[in-house]
Design a protein around this ligand. Sequence first.
Ligand SMILES: Cc1cc2nc3c(=O)[nH]c(=O)nc-3n(C[C@H](O)[C@H](O)[C@H](O)COP(=O)(O)OP(=O)(O)OC[C@H]3O[C@@H](n4cnc5c(N)ncnc54)[C@H](O)[C@@H]3O)c2cc1C
Length: 428
Amino acid sequence: MKGVAAGLTQPLRAARVACGMATSRKPATVRDLRTGTPVWLADGAAPPPTHVAPDSLSVDVAIIGGGISGALIADALLQAGRGVAVFDRRGLVAGSTPASTALLQFEIDQPLTMLSRKIGRERAARAWWRSAAAVDQLRARVADLDLRCGMRERSTIYLPGNVLNAEALREEAEARARIGLRSAYIGRDAVRALCGIARPGAIVSQGSAEVDPARLTRGLWRSALARGAQLFAPVEIADVAPRRGGLRLTTAAGGTVRARAVVHATGYEIAPALRPRGYDIISTWALATRPQPDAMWPGRSLIWEAADPYLYIRSTPDGRVIVGGEDEEFSSAERRDRLIPRKIARLQAKASKLMPWIDWTPDFTWAGCFGQSATGLPAIGALPGMPGCYAALGYGGNGITFSMIAAQMLSRALLGLADPDADIFGFS
Ligand SMILES: Cc1cc2nc3c(=O)[nH]c(=O)nc-3n(C[C@H](O)[C@H](O)[C@H](O)COP(=O)(O)OP(=O)(O)OC[C@H]3O[C@@H](n4cnc5c(N)ncnc54)[C@H](O)[C@@H]3O)c2cc1C
């Protein structure tokens, strides 16, 4: 055993691994998170200024990760009166967050009917309620902070596919309505009237939203900075180890940060020891068209298919249309990037079939890491066996909604308060 782990007792060594960092000074996992230019980066706007970490620093809560998860967690912790320092090896808003197509859906990847069979009716209902509440709360928080980030409430249209056909969608809509979610089944004429698509039926749901994820996250970091957060980038955290009264983080440059607590908000860069059971990193692709405001559908609902691989469509405020999906169950960045031309052509072809009046020629194309778990749910909470260590990981399709849930759950946990849904999202 070399390096900083030498001399640790077995439980402490296990705790260090559980905290997600390697026992040497190398980080556990580095990924090529995305390729191409997501439409949100076209404006060239910069994130707020950051610092290079000093050789030695003492903080209350250290957050590893400068994406949307870290930003929402920092916001909630600052509201709770905690001090926050953030570290990102790339830069703020430089990981997966700007690659997001940012449909803020309360609809979890796993339909309510299927999730109920997997984790039980009561827990599935709580997961869906929590998700619906999180989208509302995120919209409210954006309004409180007056963040100009293209946040708009949107309905969603969930079309039949090879996962749920029209009949199964009807049952899904009824199951959702029974527990008070704002979903209803609509027939062919109503689908056509809402989005011009020819399908026998769909679920229409109220209360989701869309956003520009880069502007949202930059705005959150600017607000956090104004409220006293310390922002450090590019700074890689290479090791987290217990020390008396807290934790000691070691940066890749050899600096030391003492913290009372640490939150891992590292997105799809998950140390093997932290990977939630049944969670896989996969690959996904997206494109954005030129602005064509005259081609918009009424209400500009978010559209997605109950299909595998799935397809989803949204518009932007300036009338571009984004289509994404075509997910594949591998994580190799080389393979993902080689497939970009083929996957973009496939997205264009599928989208043209659904909405032939739109010009699907891409103005922007990109690809990235994505995640999928057996239940569609993330892992959020305290890391077992490691006092003071927390994580929010394991996101799939509605990652940003889950980042909001993570912010609520972790700020409560750090105040010593129990969360009623810890049994659904927790690590244990
Ligand atoms: C193409 C695509 C489409 C998507 N569409 C949607 C969608 O429509 N709706 C939705 O809700 N979600 C969507 N997602 C998912 C969403 O983008 C993610 O859930 C979200 O961005 C994760 O945010 P994060 O802050 O956890 O991760 P990131 O933004 O990746 O931030 C994590 C940061 O941690 C840093 N880091 C990691 N390890 C270390 C270390 N050891 N030291 C220092 N820094 C470290 C990384 O540099 C990174 O910047 C999509 C994703 C992709 C790729």
